[in-house]
Design a protein around this ligand. Structure first.
Ligand code: ME8
Length: 548
């Protein structure tokens, strides 16, 4: 059926698909949570949205890992893919799809894509020689390889200058993709879309790579070397290069190749955002658009490349082994605390250190002190009734403050302004800058801001200074509004904790959309729908148990 012109295509966001050669660590969790926050943000705004994550299962790296464990590769993949699936679940990811490149539907998409490339003359056969790095699943030209010494064994080896991973010389016949034919189209595209990669600073590297290092891409390997992969259609003596196979995953779940012209967007293509780590920018910003351009398919709208999580100043990585187990971390801190920490402290342009003391500090200051403290002051006081203050604000309005209390008026207006502009600021951080961490800090900023004057006010009220009651009510109303709006906007970040927060504020389920994240937009909250309880355990953000 023809769609109405006004209906936007569904939103579509992806994570990288992860190699199954080892278990996930918190770096993978970060990409998952970031992508999930983007999806939940769109859902909050009422848009249909799809989120895809999954596993990259073919290639030399996985083949060797399975051989090493003496397990058939498919069995090896089945078991490790399950771990990534468990992590997505445990992280409360709202993914619609979990793609595995060993899925039959994906194989069909790759075969179809390959056939189209060949029809269009983009594939040719030739001899290939060069330095292949199994760990990076990439060829490197001579000038990107150097000699290194293994500090443990003292043996020297050749490694990629970029990643430090070992390379091996290979000479073989294989298929090539005419990447160099697409140089001008790529450069033109980058020029017209300077903000396509976030952060934009990474665009310079992409452009310079295309200008200086572009070669045709080897896109298959002889089956004698690589058997674990999708065979080249009509030539089973060759296996498709794992990165070509992997990148196409983004199309598979968007319904490719069952597209009729104009129907690509039914399941969200082109993707709105590919979330990736900065380690795989070249694959996503050079090879991927080139492959799509070769078939005249629409390109993804944006690529968000984030920084790395570090341990002891080195990139957390499966091959080094300096990793934090994300399952243990979630068990220890709780899923929402981990999500909050990763987004708040994790970097987009910069790398971030992982340290438990940062988690504790953020929890105490932002959640326990900030959000939890404010909630307690608004809802658990015996000196006033939040519901009737909110009602008063909506029915009669507040009186102008008199006498010396007039001095408080500007401060109260500032509180209001902070809440009113939050929606717009968060929107810009999300949608223009693709920076959920910034949006989260803006939300927390408002929480901190309304927490300040309220301390004084509450003391005044508790001591029953009648003259100040009117002013105090106004401040309580502003604080409640800030917390309500913050609670709504926190939903994509901390789905469970923010739901409990809104329950405790007594916000109706139907009043929790982006539209309600506006000052004065709800007149019927203020009575908790759950028992607020007594004691530390029943509080929304209980104290962290002491280290045992
Ligand atoms: O590259 N900090 O898979 P992969 C932050 N299969 N993020 C990190 C990280 C760290 N220390 N370590 C890993 C692959 N990541 C390919 C992708 S996509 C078509 C194919 C995250 O298992 C980050 O998103 O090596 C990085 O890009 C990705 O995991 C690499 O995962």
């Amino acid at each position: 059926a023809p769609k109405s012109a006004a209906a936007p295509k569904p939103y579509y966001v992806t994570t990288p698909i992860f190699y199954v050669n080892a278990a996930p660590h918190v770096g993978h969790l970060y990409s998952m949570v970031l992508a999930d926050v983007f999806k939940r943000w769109e859902v909050l705004k009422g848009r249909q949205a799809y989120l895809c994550t999954g596993t990259d299962e073919h290639g030399m790296k996985v083949q060797r890992a399975a051989e090493f464990q003496e397990v058939p590769p498919k069995i090896f993949c089945d078991s490790n893919a399950e771990t990534f699936k468990d992590l997505a679940h445990k992280a409360n990811m709202s993914n619609d799809y979990f793609i595995r490149t060993t899925d039959p539907g994906h194989r069909e998409a790759v075969e179809f894509f390959w056939g189209r490339l060949r029809e269009r003359g983009y594939i040719y056969e030739s001899k290939h020689e060069g330095w292949y790095c199994v760990s990076d699943e990439a060829y490197y030209p001579e000038n990107m390889v150097e000699k290194r010494v293994n500090s443990m064994t003292g043996k020297s080896f050749l490694a990629s200058i970029e990643t430090g991973n070992e390379v091996e010389w290979t000479e073989e016949r294989n298929y090539h993709f005419r990447l160099t034919d697409l140089r001008e189209r790529l450069l033109q595209f980058y020029k017209e879309n300077p903000e396509w990669v976030v952060p934009a600073s990474r665009m310079a590297d992409v452009v310079s790579w295309v200008q200086n290092n572009l070669e045709d891409l080897s896109v298959s390997r002889p089956v004698s070397r690589l058997s674990w992969g999708i065979p080249v259609p009509d030539d089973p003596s060759q296996t498709i290069y794992v990165w070509v196979d992997a990148l196409i995953n983004y199309l598979t779940k968007a319904g490719y190749p069952m597209w009729t012209p104009g129907s690509e967007d039914a399941l969200g293509w082109p993707a709105d955002v590919h979330v990736i780590g900065k380690d795989i920018v070249r694959f996503h910003c050079v090879y991927w658009p080139a492959l799509l351009l070769a078939l005249d398919l629409p390109l993804p709208k944006r690529v968000l490349s984030h920084g790395h999580w570090m341990m002891d100043s080195r990139k957390m990585s499966k091959s080094i082994g300096n990793v934090v187990n994300p399952f243990f971390a979630i068990d220890r801190w709780g899923v929402d605390m981990m999500r909050y920490f990763m987004i708040y402290h994790g970097g987009i342009s910069h790398d971030s250190d992982y340290d438990n003391s940062f988690i504790v500090e953020l929890y105490k200051r932002g959640l326990q002190g900030g959000v939890g403290g404010l909630l307690n002051r608004i809802m658990r006081s015996k000196a006033w009734d939040a519901r009737s203050i909110i009602q008063q604000a909506h029915e009669g309005g507040f009186k102008e403050l008199e006498g010396t209390l007039q001095l408080m008026q500007p401060e109260i207006s500032e509180l209001r302004q902070a809440t009113e502009s939050l929606r717009r600021e968060a929107l810009e951080s999300f949608e223009e800058q693709l920076n959920p961490g910034r949006a989260l800090k803006e939300i927390m900023q408002v929480v901190f801001q309304v927490s300040k004057p309220t301390t004084l006010t509450y003391r005044a009220l508790d001591h029953g200074k009648a003259r100040e009651v009117e002013a105090a009510h106004q401040i309580i109303y502003h604080a409640a509004e800030a917390l309500r709006v913050a609670g709504i906007l926190l939903q994509p970040f901390m789905p469970e904790k923010s739901a409990s927060l809104l329950d405790r504020l007594g916000v109706d389920l139907g009043q929790r959309t982006f539209d309600h994240a506006r000052f004065d937009s709800d007149s019927a909250y203020g009575v908790s729908t759950v028992p607020l309880g007594e004691g530390a355990q029943s509080s929304l953000f209980p104290p962290i148990p002491a280290e045992g």
